[in-house]
Design a protein around this ligand. Structure first.
Ligand SMILES: *[C@@H]1O[C@H](CO)[C@@H](O)[C@H](O)[C@H]1NC(C)=O
Ligand SMILES: *[C@@H]1O[C@H](CO)[C@@H](O)[C@H](O)[C@H]1NC(C)=O
Ligand SMILES: *[C@@H]1O[C@H](CO)[C@@H](O)[C@H](O)[C@H]1NC(C)=O
Ligand SMILES: *[C@@H]1O[C@H](CO)[C@@H](O)[C@H](O)[C@H]1NC(C)=O
Ligand SMILES: [Zn+2]
Length: 534
């Protein structure tokens, strides 16, 4: 007897859209069967998808939740609630080592305690290594990998977090041996620091100068340096939140040499430009809402280039990099106000906390530029590049699940995996006839064509007082979300139905390399030369 049957939907996988008519049968929290005419028993919950697309629950592999360095950000309860309401059933967040800690075990325990009974969605941790001691490299990383933490994140910038090239090298060496994926935030710290100081000396400290201080070349140089370190150590890496087309050229070149170099981007880099960093007046700070690093880039053309790289596979994953701080709070974005002794107030972008919220809007925003391969991409001057629905599933769910060692449970609609399922609203079909569509504002009124969903902060479920995407319209939104077969989100009937504590901790297996392969000889090295020192 099945617990749940979902009928009348279009099932999207990372490679195709399955034929209409196939139904999903769920038993004990797992997908038991995908077939036709599944039998419902008296206790089976039956859901009619009304012709809508069905995608696997989103795996958001980069979110900062309740970190020590972000006092006004989301808690596990609010961050994971927001994830569910946006279709993400799995979140990989960070456990961050303090600089003075010689081990990473205590930080993992601290972050476990925070998430503990508070998460609405399933979760895991990447460890941010800030002090690469002998104990970390030789003892902690191996024992954490054995316990299911199979990824680390390293920073090349930010004073309290950044590592030098020597530490990057030794951590990559350790990670490679353990099958651990290394995530790298690549920006040239000293270049940024020098430019910021020189800007400040000339009084250029308003919010828009944040983007001036972090030019694309800072990302490009550091990206190439990280790739070089990965190549010489033969370690797979993922460059997080890449926003500079010139930096992506290095990624593509590395991939063409079959190096295991992966790249990630986020919706804010795809949709917003540095125009957003301008505040409304000289002594105002609303532009701080859009301060994140790397910064939003200047030119719409750059953004379109990123879409093209999403469409053709240079990028492996799209994450939210949800890293929120309250706007209207002295320890949030308004920390950027500097008050002089005489009481005058100025703005200094250098002390604004970095990051933007986005865990709930990730899927809907990305979904907005998808197309059904049977129909083909729409022609649009504004948005020349679209990605296919299977590619959307790969980028937001299947690839992150594989890359981070979760493919045995998550990332695909297939028998044996967790029944983490997103059902969208029905859309107009290819024949031009349109399905009945429920508008977001009213569950009873049907309209003939899909009504856009307007993003406003008041509809979101995080605890942050703004969204960088305020006022933007998207064509669809997750209507129902199932976590391990249980309905945890029903947009028109109750919203969030899940509870804190529904989410389970996910121990992970070794990462799967999705691009390139290990064991390449470095250009210019003799065959076997690495063996003399590695
Ligand atoms: C790492 O931690 C030790 C012990 O607290 C400390 O002495 C050392 O300075 C730290 N290293 C860095 C890079 O901060
Ligand atoms: C992907 O698209 C970008 C942008 O058009 C292009 O520069 C790049 O060469 C493409 N990569 C591949 C592998 O086709
Ligand atoms: C889930 O997270 C991904 C990655 O951050 C994001 O792109 C996507 O929009 C989110 N999905 C939903 C439905 O919120
Ligand atoms: C979503 O797509 C529609 C066209 O389908 C477009 O009008 C709208 O501006 C898009 N939204 C965003 C945020 O780009
Ligand atoms: Zn981040």
């Amino acid at each position: 007897m099945l617990d749940l049957i979902i009928r009348n939907g279009r099932i999207v996988t990372a490679s195709e859209i399955l034929p209409a008519g196939l139904e999903i049968g769920v038993k004990d929290g797992k997908i038991a069967v995908i077939g036709i005419g599944l039998d419902a028993g008296p206790d089976t919950e039956v859901v009619d998808a009304e012709g809508a697309y069905i995608t696997p629950g989103g795996v958001d592999s980069h979110a900062h939740i309740e970190q020590d360095n972000s006092p006004t950000g989301d808690t596990w309860e609010t961050g994971s609630r927001s994830a569910i309401a946006g279709g993400n059933t799995t979140v990989l967040a960070f456990a961050s080592q303090r600089r003075d800690e010689t081990s990473i075990k205590p930080c993992v325990e601290r972050y476990h305690a925070k998430a503990g009974s508070n998460s609405y969605c399933d979760y895991g941790f990447h460890v941010i290594v800030t002090n690469a001691t002998y104990a970390v490299l030789e003892e902690d990383l191996p024992s954490l990998a054995a316990d299911g933490i199979t990824s680390v994140k390293l920073y090349m910038t930010y004073l309290p977090l950044r590592l030098g090239d020597g530490d990057l090298f030794s951590i990559m060496m350790a990670a490679r041996q353990l099958g651990v994926t290394t995530m790298v935030h690549a920006e040239n710290h000293d270049m940024v620091d020098q430019i910021a100081k020189r800007l400040a000396a000339r009084g250029h400290t308003q919010t828009q100068f944040h983007a001036v201080a972090r030019p694309q070349i800072a990302e490009t140089e550091a990206t190439y340096r990280a790739i070089s370190l990965a190549e010489v150590t033969d370690a797979p890496i993922l460059l997080v939140h890449m926003s500079a087309p010139a930096a992506l050229e290095h990624v593509r070149a590395a991939q063409a040499h079959l190096l295991p170099i992966h790249a990630e981007t986020c919706p804010h880099y795809l949709y917003l430009t540095s125009q957003k960093l301008h505040s409304h007046s000289y002594d105002e700070i609303d532009g701080a809402q859009h301060i994140c690093a790397p910064p939003l880039r200047h030119d719409k053309k750059d953004l379109e280039q990123l879409w093209a790289e999403l469409a053709n596979g240079t990028y492996t994953v799209v994450s939210s990099d949800h890293a929120p701080s309250l706007y209207d709070h002295p320890n949030g974005k308004k920390r950027g106000f500097v008050v002089a002794e005489d009481g005058t107030k100025t703005v200094d972008f250098r002390v604004v906390p970095n990051g933007v919220p986005g865990i709930e809007t990730r899927l809907p925003l990305l979904f907005n530029r998808t197309y059904d391969p049977e129909v083909g991409p729409p022609a649009s001057e504004d948005a020349p590049v679209h990605i296919s629905l299977p590619r959307f599933v790969a980028l937001t769910s299947t690839n992150p699940a594989q890359l981070y060692g979760l493919a045995h449970k998550k990332g695909s609609l297939q028998p044996g995996l967790d029944a983490d399922i997103v059902i969208w609203y029905p859309e107009a079909t290819k024949s031009g006839s349109s399905s009945t569509v429920l508008t977001p504002s009213s569950s009873t009124e049907s309209v003939a064509s899909p009504s856009p969903f307007l993003i406003t902060n008041s509809m979101l479920h995080h605890c942050i007082d703004y969204t960088p995407f305020e006022g933007m319209s998207v064509r669809n939104w997750p209507r129902y979300v199932f976590l391990r077969g249980r309905r945890v989100w029903d947009r028109d009937n109750g919203g969030v139905l899940g509870q804190p504590g529904d989410g389970e901790y996910l121990p992970r297996t070794k990462s799967r390399i999705l691009t390139g392969q290990l064991g390449r000889t470095v250009t210019g090295m003799a065959y076997g030369e690495r063996k003399a020192w590695a």
